[in-house]
Design a protein around this ligand. Structure first.
Ligand code: URA
Length: 209
């Protein structure tokens, strides 16, 4: 699928299977989300441009590769996206955060904004939107609409599980936003849950079900 990076690495697939298991307790669930987010961070940043900086090893001077100036913003869609973004931040400690608060209206399944706080220089940053579940795509599209309205230009989207419906919706609304996902599941059920999925990611992360 054009613009969709399906991360099939065995470690990712194994950890995702552990995560899907309904018997997984929330502490363990959070740990797995954190580990998966680091593995996905590795993939989504794979093409970041490098420059070199002259350093001294204990033996001689060396032109050492370093990531070029472009700054990152991790943009979690609240609340489940936070766990994914925090794991990524462990690998990229200089990344800033843009928190995007959206809730799903239970009747329309449309995304409604209740919070938005982002760094001012969004246009100069690579923005990585995080949400474990790309279901209908309504939240993803709404979050990216709002980032664009504040000037963001270079945007990527990372999730753990995607439904084909959500991928289609996001790709149609924002064809220049590539997607990284660890799985593409069968589809949505009548309540908008991804099947077979892993249930409600936020509830499982925070133990609120
Ligand atoms: N959000 C979730 O947490 N789970 C789903 O299956 C769909 C949306």
């Amino acid at each position: 699928m054009d613009g969709v990076h399906w991360v099939r690495h065995p470690l990712v697939q194994h950890k995702l299977s552990l995560l899907r298991d309904r018997k997984r307790a929330s502490g363990e669930f959070r740990r797995l989300v954190r580990e998966l987010s680091m593995l996905l961070a590795y993939e989504v940043t794979r093409d970041l441009p490098l420059t070199t900086e002259r350093i001294e090893t204990p033996l001689e001077p060396f032109d050492a590769p370093k990531i070029e100036g472009k700054k990152l913003v991790l943009a979690p869609i609240l609340r489940a996206g936070i766990a994914l973004a925090e794991g990524m931040q462990e690998l990229i400690p200089s990344a800033r955060f843009a928190h995007i608060g959206l809730y799903r209206d239970h009747d329309t399944l449309e995304a409604v904004e209740y919070f938005f706080k982002a760094p001012k220089d969004l246009p100069d940053r690579l923005v990585i939107v995080t949400d474990p579940m790309l279901a209908t795509g309504n939240s993803a599209v709404a979050a990216i609409d709002r980032l664009r309205a504040r000037g963001a230009r270079d945007i990527r989207y990372v999730c753990l599980l995607a439904a084909p419906e959500g991928i289609r919706h996001l790709r149609e609304a924002h064809p220049d936003v590539p997607i990284w996902t660890a799985a593409i599941d069968r589809g949505l059920n009548e309540k908008g849950y991804i099947m077979p999925g892993l249930g409600d990611a936020g509830d499982r992360i925070y133990g609120t079900s």
